[in-house]
Design a protein around this ligand. Structure first.
Ligand code: IMP
Ligand code: MG
Length: 176
């Protein structure tokens, strides 16, 4: 079996959209320092591009979560694999993710981080699959809304492959 990857968003289109998001976020947080929590591993790719385009002061931390389930369906049983290095008490926190699918991961993160008393807590994702949502999570900044297709690249993986593609592509598995 081989996978076929078809381009959905080019590297230029992604760069332009992230710049627009950065302008909006810089305006919304004017006069403040933004504490970005990047969700490993996929979120790192949008995080570095977004952070470089922000004009406000930025601090960074990383978190890794795993969601357990059967096959490709996440169960909602989310666990922290790597927690934050620093406290978020009193900080303006923005969680940056690669994709929101069922929304279970982000819902878990939101509820967990909210208990740690940040000054504010918002969510940002490069991609959103609204059709797949099973939670009532509100995402504040969305790069692109996409249909219910499996995508790779720009941080997103298929069996840990393709994260390094500079574009976003949809994957189909071909029989040989
Ligand atoms: P959730 O269902 O919103 O909790 O998403 C869980 C995780 O599934 C995401 O953080 C991604 O790592 C992964 N995921 C969901 N959809 C895709 C996709 O189309 N490509 C690659 N990973 C995906
Ligand atoms: Mg992810």
């Amino acid at each position: 079996m081989a996978e076929k990857v078809e381009v959905m968003y080019t590297s230029d289109q992604i760069a332009e959209r992230i710049k627009q998001m950065a302008d909006e976020i810089s305006a919304d947080y004017a006069g403040k320092t933004l504490h970005i929590i990047s969700v490993l591993k996929g979120g790192v790719f949008i995080t570095t591009e977004l952070a470089k385009a922000l004009t406000i002061p930025v601090t960074l931390d990383f978190m890794s979560v795993a969601s357990y389930g059967n096959g490709t369906v996440s169960s909602g049983d989310v666990r922290i694999m790597k927690d934050l290095d620093d406290s978020i008490v009193g900080r303006d926190v923005l969680v940056v993710e690669d994709i929101v699918d069922s929304g279970r991961t982000l819902k878990y993160l939101y509820d967990n981080l909210k208990t740690r008393m940040p000054e504010s807590l918002k969510l940002c994702t490069l991609l959103d699959k609204p059709d797949r949502r099973v939670t009532d999570i509100k995402v504040d900044y969305v790069g692109f809304e996409i249909p219910d297709e499996f995508v790779v690249g720009f941080g997103l993986d298929y069996a840990q492959k393709y994260r390094n593609l500079p574009y976003i592509g949809s994957v189909s598995v071909e029989e040989e």
